[in-house]
Design a protein around this ligand. Sequence first.
Ligand code: SAH
Length: 607
Amino acid sequence: MTDSTLTTTKPIYLIAPTPTGLTLAEQLLPAIDGAALWSGATSELAVAWHAGKQLVFFLTVGATVRLIAPLLDHKASDPGVVVVDEGGTFAISLSGGHRGGADVLTEQIAALLGATAVITSASRHKRLPSVDLLGKPYGWVPGADSEWNRVAAVVVRGLPVQVVQTSGQTLWRSALPAEHPFVFGETDAEARLWISERLPSTGVPTVCWHPRVLWLGVGCERGTPAQVLEQAVRSVLTNNGLAIEAVAGIATVTLKHDEAGLLALAQKFDWPLRFFEPVTLAGQPVPHPSTTVEHCIGTPSVAEAAAMLAGDTSSLLAAKQIFRVQGAGACTVAVAVAEVEYNSNPGALVLVGTGPGALDQITPAARAAIARADVVIGYALYIDLLRPLLSGTQVVEASPITQEVARAERAIALSYRGLQVVVVSSGDSGIYGMAGLVLERLAARGWDGDCPALTVLPGITALQAAAARVGAPLMHDFCAISLSDLLTPWPLIERRLAAAAQADFVVALYNPRSLRRTAQIEQARCILLTHRDAATPVALVRSAYRPDECVTLSTLAEFASEQVDMLTTVLIGNSSTFRHGPLLITPRGYPTAIQDVEDIPDGVANQ
Ligand code: SAH
């Protein structure tokens, strides 16, 4: 995909003027969502600068600085700029680290290339949230008069910052490190973080984030122009001390689906419009019903009822006010506050397999997804293994092993709220991992296939990790069987064991034995012995690629089942698997099959 024209999708432009840089850029292209190669000349860079959300230069830092210097304007509007050296050794966040998103993109690119991320933002090294990024995941809108630099300087110096939060998610607080400068409640602070639908009072230097919780219920006479509607809305908001940035959207009656003024107003502010049928509005009790309106359109209220329905609340922050401009129409406006903010971010659910445990067994794609995540959810043990990859400002929810359903529901709920959610499983997420459960729940919720965006990223599963530790035991057809009968009836597991034994599959046993479930591994041994030699090689691989890894080689008749636990994968050879020193080797073919010429090219092709 190349693009040198203005686009509405605001892509990430990869700019590679040299052949070496271009090769690198082309390799990265498919792995970065929204990335396009910039095909224009560097002299046309101004177009990319204004069209792109982020620019990635495959050049020297010096050349990049010279190219962008004339274009730099303000950090609130400049795109994020990342530089990757032509050798792919470093990814450098050059400018727009926070609001331009360059820091996060740098982490993502470094993860994909196995490069070192160079990030110099002060708050990042203190593992503190950047005040100018804080509300972004939740779709909050930054307040116009915020003093970003002054407040950021206070945060970095560790001086007290008062937090006033009256609406929006409080999730960001759970990501704060033990030592942080934020004070919740009254205090003599050097600066203030104001998170509210209200406008701040004057005083200490303040940064504002406005969660989009205000639903404007609007009714109007046919033909009322957008300017009149805007004036009315602004006046209701100002009279109530409310910020226009906190508006979630407009709610009205279905009859207004083609009301030009309303449509224009919604478009101007990028507000969603929600329409309710008269009968639905009529069912909503309101403080100021009107019999005239009821007579005309079949509901006693439009503005108040629509605001309350859209805000999913039974009260109003501002009761309806009527505005009439002689000869230019009339409207009513009411305001309700929703408990949950409207988030225009699309939300994403990424199901990530993180491999057996060691950091170097995680795929670059998984690392990049973790680097981009707003929230990382997983079983506490796996989250601990991943700690070095977490930014410290991401929300991390680690839960005990038994809480898979709660974890799946939580991940889905947060992704529907517009957050980038990564759910981690050890090994592969789709092999006895979280993927099945999350997707089942997502389907049950009627997922539309689109929003939240869904990605499943593969990981190295336990049987591959265990096999690699003992050589090449899976060289021929193999199968995985879980011995856990918590979700599968035991007779079915027995049938599978017998079938696998009979068909001479190499067998990998997952979940082989827990403190409580001790009998199954013995029963599995008995079933396998009815079809397989007592001397069949067996490997017990415990905690593969983790610090406490332990590998034991034995035979089907003799392996000690007490050595097997829930951290172990048991590999059982087929009839031709043999042991050589520390290795288990399953030949690629059976002796008789070698005669079959058809098989040889196939075997070669598949190596
Ligand atoms: N999704 C995981 C499997 C989870 S089921 C994957 O694809 O690997 C849990 C079982 O996996 C454990 O009981 C054990 O049998 C196996 N297992 C997971 N990690 C392991 C490791 N590092 N070493 C050995 N076995 C492991």
